[in-house]
Design a protein around this ligand. Structure first.
Ligand SMILES: Cc1cc2nc3c(=O)[nH]c(=O)nc-3n(C[C@H](O)[C@H](O)[C@H](O)COP(=O)(O)OP(=O)(O)OC[C@H]3O[C@@H](n4cnc5c(N)ncnc54)[C@H](O)[C@@H]3O)c2cc1C
Length: 437
């Protein structure tokens, strides 16, 4: 009998939460982590309430609350003089009223340390997994620790390697990016955010601008850069920030270089293969505007543990195949919603043409005038509602509100017919994208 039931390659958020979720249902798990990121990595730090609930169920929340701060939703700020529109978790009936913000490196370190304390989990780090092959008891992989290399066998191999997963390729799973972006960020002590406790989305510039309190004393700000340009944040984006926050950002930019991260939209062709599953970013990722990557990481851990428990504790042959098929089916619709929502929201909030300008007017009107609108949108953004049908319904409501843009004079009248054409083409494009995924 193999020493482990599951080998998890990668000890980031997806790897640690998968190990914890599987260990809690009795599996013996080996986690190999090649080297956790330092404070220099710019990555996910805002956790929606469903992610917080999943972390609580895994028994790690108390630890994280010691380092992070609660968050209450999003503040959407339409320009330097706007007071902002608040989308609050508390408006969603029955939902947890707060999420969490915590520095990425602290989050990953704390979670892997908690996983290592579990009696069913062995953590090796730094240790890299490669060369998976079918063997008598499932899959055998090579584990490299320093100059030492040894083989380990288990019925199930889980790739939690992040978006560049190599093990995925060994199983002929194709993962082509459909879009790529670059983000640059700074950590600013005592920055004066308009709505501390909320994830801020600043509109009015040509590209994404986000900020949130990530500890009692520090604020994270991040901006999208041109894909092929330099590291300069576009001037119009800086000017869209309200004062005095803008001064705090400019001072941080003058003090130090920002941290840069590449981001892609990508959904692999499959999430499973024989004796193999992907979780977290290895199973797909999207633009950070919706701040949902971590919710997907811990959600995948929960979904995989549920699928394995539903088919019985023993990870063998047909039962394991059935569990993996159930896991893939369970995550597929959620992933499709995510892959449509993130780019659609980005295009609506940072419009590149008149059609999208009308849509943004519709979206802001929907949020400003309708409690149901705010509640339903935030349920989708926070992953509480992951149905494609709800998303289509929301999109239709926003498109109807966009018609008001004509009355409100968002565009000169002679531009309206062309804008409707652009809007119709984009709507069709999103529909085709959803069907292709
Ligand atoms: C700029 C930016 C902002 C973001 N903001 C948010 C946000 O606010 N909220 C949110 O929810 N999400 C956000 N995200 C997304 C979030 O960061 C990711 O979804 C999440 O970090 C993915 O975790 P993961 O464990 O799947 O992958 P990773 O964090 O990439 O971890 C993979 C781990 O696997 C290890 N590894 C890789 N290959 C091997 C191997 N062969 N053997 C052993 N170990 C291996 C690596 O060392 C790494 O530690 C953001 C992302 C970016 C880039």
């Amino acid at each position: 009998m193999a020493e482990y039931d599951v080998i998890v390659a990668g000890g980031g958020i997806a790897g640690s939460s998968t190990a914890l979720a599987l260990a809690r249902v009795g599996q013996r798990v080996l986690v190999c982590e090649a080297g956790l990121p330092t404070e220099k990595r710019l990555a996910g730090e805002l956790l929606h309430p469903p992610a917080v609930a999943d972390l609580e169920a895994l028994g790690v929340l108390d630890d994280l609350l010691e380092e992070g701060v609660p968050t209450y939703g999003f503040a959407v700020i339409e320009g330097p003089k706007d007071r902002g529109t608040l989308l609050s978790y508390s408006e969603i009936p029955g939902a947890r009223a707060s999420g969490l913000a915590i520095e990425h490196a602290v989050l990953t370190r704390r979670m892997l340390a908690r996983a290592a304390e579990h009696p069913n989990i062995t953590v090796l780090t730094p240790a890299r997994v490669s060369d998976p092959r079918q063997s008598q008891n499932g899959t055998t992989v090579r584990v490299k620790q320093g100059t030492q290399t040894h083989d380990v066998e288990a019925p199930l191999l889980v790739s939690a390697e992040g978006r560049a997963s190599k093990l995925r390729r060994w199983h002929d799973i194709v993962a082509e990016p459909t879009a790529s972006y670059r983000m640059i960020g700074w950590k600013i002590p005592h920055a004066r955010l308009p709505h501390p406790g909320y994830g801020h989305v600043f509109l009015g510039g040509s590209k994404t601008a986000l900020a949130y309190q990530m500890s009692a004393t520090e604020v994270r700000v991040m901006f999208e850069l041109d894909e092929d340009g330099g590291l300069e944040v576009p001037r119009d984006v800086i000017e869209s920030l309200p004062r005095p926050f803008r001064e705090d950002v400019l001072a941080a930019m003058a003090r130090e270089k920002g941290q840069v991260a590449k981001v892609i939209d990508m959904k692999p062709t499959r999430a499973i293969a024989p004796n193999f599953a992907v979780v977290g970013d290895a199973g797909g990722c999207a633009h950070p505007l919706t701040a949902s990557g971590i919710a997907y990481c811990v959600g995948d851990a929960r979904r995989l543990a549920c699928a394995l428990t539903a088919t019985g504790a023993e990870l063998d042959g047909d039962r394991l195949d059935d569990a993996l098929i159930a896991y893939e089916a369970d995550r597929d619709e959620c992933m499709r919603s995510r892959m449509v929502l993130a780019p659609a929201l980005r295009e609506a909030l940072y419009p590149a043409d008149d059609g999208m300008r009308l849509l943004r007017h519709g979206l802001m009107r929907y949020w400003n005038q309708s409690t149901r609108g705010r509640k339903s949108s935030l349920a989708l953004l926070s992953t509480l509602d992951q149905s494609l049908g709800s998303m289509a319904l929301q999109y239709a409501s926003v498109s109807l509100h966009a018609l008001d843009g004509v009355r409100a004079g968002v565009l000169p009248l002679q531009k309206v017919p062309q804008a409707f054409g652009q809007l119709a083409r984009r709507n069709l494009g999103f529909l085709q994208h959803a069907l292709r995924l």
